[in-house]
Design a protein around this ligand. Sequence first.
Ligand code: CMP
Length: 142
Amino acid sequence: MAIEKTLSIVKPNSTLDNNIGNIMAVFEKNGLRISGAKFARLSKEKAEGFYIEHKERPFFGELVNFMTSGPVMLIVLEGENAVAKNRELMGATNPANAAEGTIRKLYAKSVGENSVHGSDSATAAEREIAYFFERNEVMNRF
Ligand code: CMP
């Protein structure tokens, strides 16, 4: 399996709950390396553009409000099978359905305030990383 990169976003509920380090530790303890990272406050326009595929969903406004309500940690993860590995570590979108030990089971509050975002495919990861990072801000760690 090739080395991949994927994007993780530590969402405002988890930055405000002091869980940035705990979440990064889950990645590092499970074979993913941090290849880029930025602490940021997203503008409404930046959050809307990121989630453009959800524009017609009833929760779009709520999602954008939440993602701009506080700081986020944008993280590029690198590793073998990184997209799937990150999704496994996050757990189900709705924390009520997330497996024991996953990030969302440990730290999420609800389907909206679900602690982390993770790219859902290698194609999405490429787009999402380029949306937040310049090329020279991402390292190759493997
Ligand atoms: P994320 O992986 O960031 O991608 C889209 C987000 O929409 C998802 O995580 C959830 O946080 C959010 N979402 C999905 N369903 C709902 C919902 N019913 N209400 C609020 N937010 C939702």
